[in-house]
Design a protein around this ligand. Structure first.
Ligand code: NAG
Ligand code: NAG
Ligand code: NAG
Ligand code: NAG
Ligand code: NAG
Length: 351
């Protein structure tokens, strides 16, 4: 900050304190306090508005009806994992990378580089993969939007919710090649995590895969009552390799910078809550049944026909459902996941 700017700010704060009637303070770089910034990488479980409006369901009704009250780029009726994590860190939700020019003032809370539909490798969605998302942060460092020193007061959330695997199933039917492919996904993820660490980010939380076989898109054929065990055993392999990779990274960097956010057990914990604690909220009537679904298999949540007629149904109360659509939790679902002991214990290690 040069002198004229400093004077201007002091004058501004003077005015502000005149009008607001209380003392203003400039908090700058005191690393003794909590983290200042959150950087987010990955996919729709963490995206808060990066996907292009023309392409993504997250910008269509009924997405966003609970929060902020209209579609705003989140793949849910309301808040998602990123919002809960920012709340935990007591900072504002970081702005999506796409909106950094319009909402420049909020770059101080970090930035969200997550794009719905993406993976560590390219998928069918034409949005930046995780390597490119990390390039975006590197570019902002090169351009001095952030300094390496400032990143030392930041944490990162890395969400990988399975798009590499849906893409593999859609483009490569070889079941025999699946375990090897899981190995290459986790290896690429490990490279990415190391790159994020090298930018200076202090702590990095990476999500374990949620039970993919319990997503409504997998359970629809089973009346939303039973998970697909075949898919969940592939998830087990991914998560075992992920824990190994994270242990290796901590060893290689002689640190405890990397930690796993165990969404697998968190989701199961919520699914089982009704039996475990029948009386205490939040519980979900049938946790596998989504709130918003297409009227037939040809349609999905948010679909309209050529005349603009809705081709989906929405439940009366999204707060009563764990899943919003066939893949993503509701705001209440994310709140329940965030509140599980397994997630809370991991978050304590974050700072
Ligand atoms: C990510 O995308 C970039 C740009 O399209 C591409 O060059 C790169 O190979 C991709 N990375 C991976 C690991 O697929
Ligand atoms: C940032 O700068 C480094 C070092 O000059 C360079 O190697 C890298 O390609 C740059 N990255 C981006 C994304 O501009
Ligand atoms: C498809 O599977 C085969 C093994 O069955 C593997 O060699 C190949 O690399 C896979 N292709 C892609 C794009 O993952
Ligand atoms: C479970 O998932 C696998 C892999 O996607 C699929 O081949 C199988 O048909 C599914 N089983 C059921 C009962 O839906
Ligand atoms: C790792 O950290 C310990 C404790 O700070 C230190 O004694 C040791 O030399 C470090 N090892 C490496 C390889 O940096």
């Amino acid at each position: 900050m040069d002198t004229p700017n400093l004077l201007a700010s002091l004058f501004f704060f003077f005015l502000l304190s005149l009008f607001s009637g209380h003392q203003q303070q400039v908090v700058e770089g005191s690393s003794g306090l909590g983290p200042k910034m959150l950087f987010v990488f990955g996919d729709s479980y963490a995206d808060t508005g990066n996907n292009r409006k023309a392409l993504a369901s997250s910008w269509k009704l009924p997405y966003g009806i609970t929060f902020p009250g209209k579609p705003a780029g989140r793949f849910s009726d309301g808040r998602v994992l990123t919002d809960y994590l920012a709340g935990y860190l007591r900072i504002k939700t970081p702005i999506p990378y796409r909106w950094r020019k319009q909402l420049g003032g909020r770059v101080k809370y970090g930035m969200n580089f997550a794009y719905g539909g993406t993976g560590v490798f390219d998928t069918l969605v034409p949005e930046p993969n995780m390597s490119t998302q990390i390039d975006f942060l590197q570019q902002l460092l090169n351009d001095s939007v952030y300094s390496k020193r400032a990143l030392k007061t930041s944490v990162a959330l890395v969400s990988l919710a399975g798009n590499d695997y849906s893409n593999y199933l859609a483009t490569n039917a070889s079941a025999a090649g699946f375990p090897a492919f899981i190995g290459s996904v986790v290896n690429q993820l490990k490279v990415n995590l190391k790159r994020i660490h090298n930018t200076g980010v202090r702590k990095i939380a990476v999500s374990a895969l949620q039970p993919l076989g319990c997503l409504p898109r997998s359970t629809a054929l089973l009346a939303f009552e039973q998970c697909n065990g075949t898919e969940n055993s592939l998830v087990d392999l991914h998560n075992q390799l992920l824990v190994q990779a994270v242990n290796e990274l901590n060893k290689e960097t002689n640190s405890s910078s990397f930690l796993v956010l165990d969404l697998y057990n968190a989701f199961w914990n919520v699914f089982n809550q009704k039996e475990a604690r029948p009386a205490s909220p939040p519980t979900f009537e049938n946790p596998l049944e989504p709130c918003c679904v297409g009227v037939s298999a040809a349609f999905s949540c948010g679909s309209v026909d050529e005349n603009g007629v809705k081709k989906y149904t929405v439940c009366l109360n999204p707060r009563s459902k764990f899943f919003w659509d066939t893949v993503h939790p509701t705001e209440e679902g994310w709140r329940a996941v965030y509140s599980t002991p397994v997630v809370q214990n991991s978050l304590k290690q974050l700072w």
